[in-house]
Write a protein that binds this ligand. Structure first.
Ligand code: ME8
Length: 518
């Protein structure tokens, strides 16, 4: 067995009621970048995504489409898989909640909760929002002028009255608070953690965990009249995928507890309150961290189908480039905050930071090398203080970037890398290798070598965010495929003077407005 440290990261499993959009791509992208980063950093990574296919919302969408729920979910789930492939996501598993492995896991956890005495049968009478698949208390609702009741999420609620099994959530408040206290990074960012803590301090009600008025769900073991509440079903996916109910060996023993459940802020309560309570009640360990990121709007407006402003990540990438979009989404907004998509902001980042800063640096250095060093890695002489300063900055990046990545601060990680990109551009201007060509060709080779080494560091570190373009850049530097992990940073994988280099080609085109409609 490998003795690598493990890293298990999950996305929410998305409802198959609708086409995937930029919000779904965003969450999975963040996980993909972490998964790629950890793999390059020597971890044994498990990266899970998938689709949430049961419940009333999906059943209603299937009916509206005139299809039986299984056919409908098969089709829509495939759209999410296709998006993941298109976006170059590197998940190790794609779970669907209609799979047998998952139904088995759901029924197993139900039995554990029952054996622990945490489930009882009663009647539920209360408000339910199908859009959120969530129960709401009267005090959480607002009324519209025409008498409709609206949940804080904006979803309309309906009155539900039916026999239901309940989970004794009310008994878990103190244990949850103790857990948050003992694990200050369990919920990030901190503002979200405070929100959850005050919600739990306000007192928890028992939670209805079964439904009887429709049947698109996992049957409750021993009582076929009930199906499991879709959130208990959905949350369980995180352990299904590592082989639950087998807990002693295999992937569960290896990867659980998960290092990170990445979610949007809309579903934090389910992950940070219900899920750890279910797990603790079933005698299982809670995950190590839940990160709730912010919400994207489009040119200042809420993204919604009815407003017709849903952003399709495929269209966006076809227009600006996939890695450009991946970069923009993680660089534009401090991770955790809400963000606004705008064409102007996208083009500014793409042209300013990618084409001008990074693209020009690589292009200038590689084409000068191709022309003046016979298409080979230049031969460095003795290094000056300036050379050592730049190389030192490049070599110091991994530790700084790792720290930001470990707190999901993608924007800071990228800003830190860009400080070195800008320093490298200033170094080029200052050293002026084009002048050295005639005056001091040996010094020119040293300068170009220092730059090529710096670019090698930058490209290796940018791989998680921009895997496609960075692979091209590393190809152009002649870095072999097995020397692109972080262990090759520093001097370990240093470029070999005299090695042949392929012909350089730009990897970050500028976006020119006239091209837009072409
Ligand atoms: O909630 N901005 O699924 P879902 C940012 N099935 N992120 C967004 C977004 C936006 N405008 N819109 C969606 C569910 N998201 C459940 C999850 S998990 C056990 C079950 C992202 O299809 C964000 O991650 O409604 C959000 O939490 C998720 O999509 C909701 O996806």
């Amino acid at each position: 067995m490998s003795d690598k440290p493990t890293y298990y990261v999950t996305t929410p499993i998305y409802y198959v009621n609708d086409a995937p959009h930029i919000g779904h791509a965003y969450t999975t992208l963040a996980c993909d970048v972490l998964a790629r980063f950890k793999r390059l950093d020597g971890f044994d990574v498990r990266f899970l995504t998938g689709t949430d296919e049961h419940g009333q919302k999906v059943e209603k969408s299937a009916q509206a489409a005139g299809k039986d729920p299984q056919t409908f979910t098969d089709e829509v789930s495939q759209n999410f898989r296709d998006l993941a492939d298109f976006m170059n996501f590197s998940h190790d598993d794609f779970i669907r909640t209609t799979e047998d492995r998952h139904i088995k896991a759901c029924q197993a956890i139900w039995k554990k909760l029952e054996e622990a005495g945490d489930i009882y049968l009663d009647n539920y009478g209360g408000w339910y929002a199908v859009r959120d698949e969530a129960f709401y208390g009267e005090d959480e609702l607002t009324k519209t002028p025409d008498g409709k009741r609206i949940a804080p999420s904006g979803a309309e609620v309906e009155w539900v009255e039916e026999p239901s099994y309940f989970f004794k959530l009310s008994e878990w408040g103190d244990r949850l608070l103790a857990h948050y206290d003992a694990n200050p990074d369990f919920i990030l960012p901190e503002s979200r953690r405070n929100e959850v803590t005050s919600f739990v301090k306000g007192g928890l009600n028992d939670l209805s965990i079964s439904r009887t008025t429709f049947n698109w769900g996992v049957p409750v073991p021993g009582d076929d009249a009930h199906i499991m509440y879709v959130w208990l079903d959905a949350l369980t996916n995180y352990i299904t995928a590592v082989g639950y109910p087998e807990t002693e060996s295999g992937n569960y023993a290896k990867y659980w507890p998960a290092d990170l459940h990445m979610v949007g802020k809309d579903i934090l309560r389910f992950h940070a309150v219900y899920w750890p309570a279910f797990l603790m009640a079933a005698g299982l360990e809670p995950p190590k961290r839940i990160f709730a990121h912010g919400w994207w709007t489009n040119e200042g407006q809420k993204i919604s189908k009815s407003l017709g402003n849903v952003i399709d990540p495929i269209e966006l990438s076809n227009k600006y480039g996939l890695d450009q979009v991946r970069y923009f989404l993680l660089r534009e907004v401090p991770f955790g905050n809400d963000g606004d998509f705008s064409h102007t902001a996208m083009v500014n980042r793409m042209n300013g930071e990618l084409a001008n800063d990074f693209g020009n640096l690589a292009q200038r250095v590689l084409s000068m090398t191709a022309k003046n060093c016979d298409g080979k890695v230049p031969n460095p002489g003795e290094l000056s203080d300036d050379d050592n300063a730049l190389l030192g900055q490049a070599q110091g990046l991994l530790a700084a970037v790792r720290e930001h990545m470990d707190r999901q601060a993608f924007n800071h990680a990228l800003e830190t890398i860009w400080i070195v990109i800008r320093a490298a551009n200033a170094y080029v201007d200052h050293q002026a290798p084009w002048k050295l060509r005639k005056e001091d060709p040996a010094r020119m080779e040293t300068v170009l070598y220092v730059l090529a080494e710096t670019i090698r560091h930058l490209a290796i570190l940018c791989q998680p965010v921009m895997p496609g373009t960075m692979a091209k850049m590393l190809d152009q530097l002649g870095v072999p495929a097995d020397a692109r992990g972080f262990e090759a940073l520093g001097e370990a994988g240093a470029l070999k003077p005299g090695a042949e280099l392929p012909k350089p080609e730009g990897v970050f085109p500028r976006f020119v407005e006239e091209d837009a409609g072409a």
